[in-house]
Design a protein around this ligand. Structure first.
Ligand code: ATR
Length: 280
């Protein structure tokens, strides 16, 4: 009997904007796999039932996006160490009928820098702008990469303090007024806030003391060149846009559902960039 086509999803609320179907369908076609990948809108009230019914509905697994990433950790029977530490999961799959959850945002972030700024792992001092869910994945990645001094700068200081307490030694909180001094001695600057995202106001951070040895990356990828990245590039910094994080975080999920480890290529990136241009 022919094996049934394997089906995977991305679920979120809203989810229509997600570019994950484009990415996974590209890989399905590239590897000639009999499978599918669809966006499913699931509201917060329906998430537990959706997850509870996955196996019966025949899903191999899928991606979880905002606002379900925290709940996904709680619902899974097994979770990887990163999902546990970050407190959020973006990838679900079944193994022997058991629901597994993993966080691949952090490894996608790291893989993007490996590609765009080789040598970033040699740094020791990082400044993280923002203290939301994305910041947690970034801080985890920085700790794994060996960053020993991580300063969180956030509008709401309490949120930054909570993250510093969560991640422990080497992670501190700095007030906005200290940003200049921090930037003067910083190997890596990461924006995890939504500032600069399409339609949102740009950042108001003072970059006067940002030197050209600092690598600057933004997890915002619409637009590809955020105001922060544009200013950093003008100051001579190596900059890495956020699109690669999206592409790389997708790799482990595809492998778990469809059994092939796909590659993040220039052709895939160009496809997503073209889609972004089309839907501006
Ligand atoms: P995510 O899970 O995607 O990281 P989030 O939890 O809503 O999203 O976090 C968004 C981040 O952007 C937060 O650090 C937020 O700052 P606050 O903690 O003070 O809310 C930051 N952010 C969003 N809008 C901002 C603005 N206008 N000025 C400064 N920071 C902003």
């Amino acid at each position: 009997m022919a094996e049934r086509a394997r089906r995977a999803f991305v679920c979120g609320w809203p989810v229509a904007h997600s570019r994950s179907p484009l990415i996974h369908r590209y890989w399905l076609a590239e590897h000639d796999i009999d499978g599918s990948y669809d966006a499913v809108a699931v509201d917060p009230a329906g998430f537990d039932d959706f997850v509870g019914g996955l196996l019966e509905a025949g899903w191999a697994g899928g991606n979880v996006t905002i606002p379900h990433k925290e709940r996904a950790v709680a619902l899974a029977e097994r979770r990887d160490a990163a999902a546990e530490r970050i407190g959020a999961a973006n990838t679900l799959w079944f193994e022997n009928g058991r629901l597994h959850a993993a966080n691949t945002d952090w490894s996608g972030f790291a893989a993007n820098l490996d590609q765009g700024a080789p040598g970033w792992r040699e740094g020791e001092r990082a400044v993280v702008l923002g203290a939301g869910g994305a910041a947690r994945a970034v801080i985890h990645a920085l700790q794994i990469a060996g960053y020993r001094h991580i300063a969180i700068v956030n509008r709401t200081v309490e949120r930054a303090q909570a993250l510093a307490a969560r991640f422990g030694d080497g992670v501190g909180v700095a007030p906005l007024e200290n940003l200049g001094g921090l930037l003067a001695d910083c190997d890596l600057l990461v924006n995890t806030t939504s500032l600069g995202m399409d339609g949102a106001p740009g950042h108001a951070f003072d970059l006067d003391r940002l030197g050209d040895r600092t690598i600057v990356t933004d997890i915002v990828y619409v637009p590809l060149v955020t105001p922060l990245l544009a200013q950093a590039a003008a100051r001579g910094c190596v900059t890495v846009d956020g699109l690669g994080m999206l592409l790389h975080q997708a790799v482990p999920g595809f492998e778990a559902w469809f059994g092939v480890r796909p590659q993040v290529t220039d052709a895939l990136r160009a496809l997503v960039v073209a889609d972004m241009e089309k839907n501006k």
